[in-house]
Design a protein around this ligand. Structure first.
Ligand SMILES: Cc1cc2nc3c(=O)[nH]c(=O)nc-3n(C[C@H](O)[C@H](O)[C@H](O)COP(=O)(O)OP(=O)(O)OC[C@H]3O[C@@H](n4cnc5c(N)ncnc54)[C@H](O)[C@@H]3O)c2cc1C
Length: 415
């Protein structure tokens, strides 16, 4: 008898049968695949594999029918750590693209306590350190295309999506960054338009852009996740990924029967502690929200930016590397106000609504990769790291979520 491959219709998995003296060896590769063997005597044997590759032997005298099915009726169970835009988008994309999955989002902070909530959410890669430019551009373009589609859907209001005109002012004659190709109707600013700004700005670009306001987008994502009936949000601080064990889960109200097949780590700046990543650092950003409904365009000039949001206009900003202070500073306020007033003098008339300081999750470069790690008591599991988005979390999140799904499918052999 020769080797033969046995296709298994339920899972699409092919089992390899290898004759060996007086027994067969069945080799299969998917993780967590339950094999049910039915012998001629109608004796049922169930074999549950936890390994990537494993084999089981049976007598050649048995007439075997082989059936595979997922060990979990509902598919893989995934823990997503982080309730900011990156964690929530990843969770939603997993639920959408792996229809049998269950996802538990575990985060110390949700909503207004996250950095993502405070961001004005204008699209545009910013403060990405040494992240590969082509990677940034691909992720940003996927996100731009998704957000603009969302704008032209009924969900635009709930999700906090608006279209804006962006005006980028430059002091020299640098060509526009390559990601400009993703946007709508990019063109150089006319001399007439340029003449309206301070003289040091020698040229500029104008294009159609999108904003995605964290304060609306996060609740929208949370509702979408919960609405699937396969997604749960749990507030808890995880001291390490090893802590993802029964004791922690019971204490945190996570159903004990959940045994995670994989973890997605979207903890932003929290990675400095959670996975002891020494390459993570804060980039402190202070902003002022003002009431200025007459300002409907977005402006960027060096450190300064003016971003129209739905109920306010955001003035910024600062980008202080290594500064962990979340207190607003009087000097920064003055710097931001004066800089923005030089661009649009009428801002001096605007009512100040609030000030906010957020710490952008800086890193030497974006971490988007799989690592096999000891997780809780379940042994070694795939952990997809997705953090270090600097000033671009809302700009990149949807694209990153797509890569997270691909990495999960590869790691769990669901492709
Ligand atoms: C002033 C300012 C303006 C900005 N403007 C823009 C903009 O216009 N456009 C743009 O694209 N980006 C902007 N950003 C950047 C953007 O806000 C970030 O890149 C983005 O919020 C990062 O998202 P995140 O989900 O990785 O992190 P976060 O929103 O910080 O979320 C991290 C999550 O991980 C959780 N967590 C961390 N550690 C643990 C742990 N041990 N256990 C459990 N949970 C944990 C936290 O509680 C939180 O839920 C701005 C940032 C600032 C500060």
């Amino acid at each position: 008898m020769t080797d033969r491959a046995l296709p298994c219709c339920e899972s699409g998995v092919t089992l390899k049968i290898i004759p060996c003296h007086d027994h067969f060896s069945l080799i299969h590769s998917p993780m967590h695949t339950s094999l049910t063997f039915l012998s001629a005597l109608k004796v049922h044997h169930t074999y549950l594999s936890q390994k990537a590759t494993s084999s089981v032997s049976f007598s050649t005298h048995a007439h075997l029918k082989v059936r595979t099915c997922s060990s979990r009726a509902d598919g893989p169970q995934i823990a997503v750590v982080g309730g900011g835009v990156v964690g929530l988008v990843s969770a939603l994309r997993i639920l959408q693209d792996i229809p049998t999955s269950k996802v538990v989002v575990i985060a110390e902070k949700f909503g207004s306590d996250t950095t993502s909530h405070g961001a004005a959410g204008v699209w545009g890669p910013y403060k990405m350190s040494n992240t590969d430019e082509s990677l940034t551009n691909r992720l940003a373009t996927e996100t731009f295309d998704y957000l603009t589609d969302l704008f032209y859907s009924e969900d635009a209001v709930l999700a906090g999506i608006s279209l804006v005109q962006s005006n980028y002012l430059c002091k020299d004659n640098d060509p526009p960054p390559t990601w400009y190709q993703s946007v709508f109707n990019l063109h150089p600013m006319s001399a007439k338009h340029l003449s309206l700004f301070p003289a040091e700005y020698k040229h500029g670009y104008v294009f159609g852009n999108v904003t995605c306001e964290g304060r609306y987008y996060l609740p929208y994502l949370s509702d979408k996740i919960k609405g699937t009936d396969r997604g749960t949000l749990i507030q808890a601080r995880l001291p390490s990924l090893r802590a993802l064990c029964s004791e922690f889960m019971t204490a945190s109200g996570i159903p004990y029967e959940l045994k995670f097949d994989a973890v997605v780590n979207c903890c932003g700046l929290g990675a400095a502690e959670l996975v002891e990543d020494r390459e993570v650092y804060p980039i402190r950003g202070q902003i002022i929200r003002v009431r200025a409904p007459w300002i409907t365009h977005h402006y960027v000039a060096g450190d300064f930016y003016i971003i129209p949001n739905r109920n306010s206009v955001v003035l910024g900003g600062t980008g202080q590397v290594g500064n962990w202070s979340k207190n607003s500073s009087i000097q920064d306020r003055k710097h931001i106000f004066e800089g923005c007033c030089r661009l649009i003098p009428s801002i001096a008339q605007a009512e100040v609504l609030e000030e906010w300081v957020g710490l952008r999750p800086g890193r030497s470069s974006l971490r988007l990769e799989v690592e096999i790690m000891d997780v809780g008591e379940g042994g070694r599991k795939p952990v997809v790291h997705c953090y270090g988005h600097g000033g671009s979390g809302l700009t990149l999140a949807w694209g990153c979520g797509g890569d997270v799904v691909t990495m999960l499918k590869q790691s769990l052999q669901l492709l």
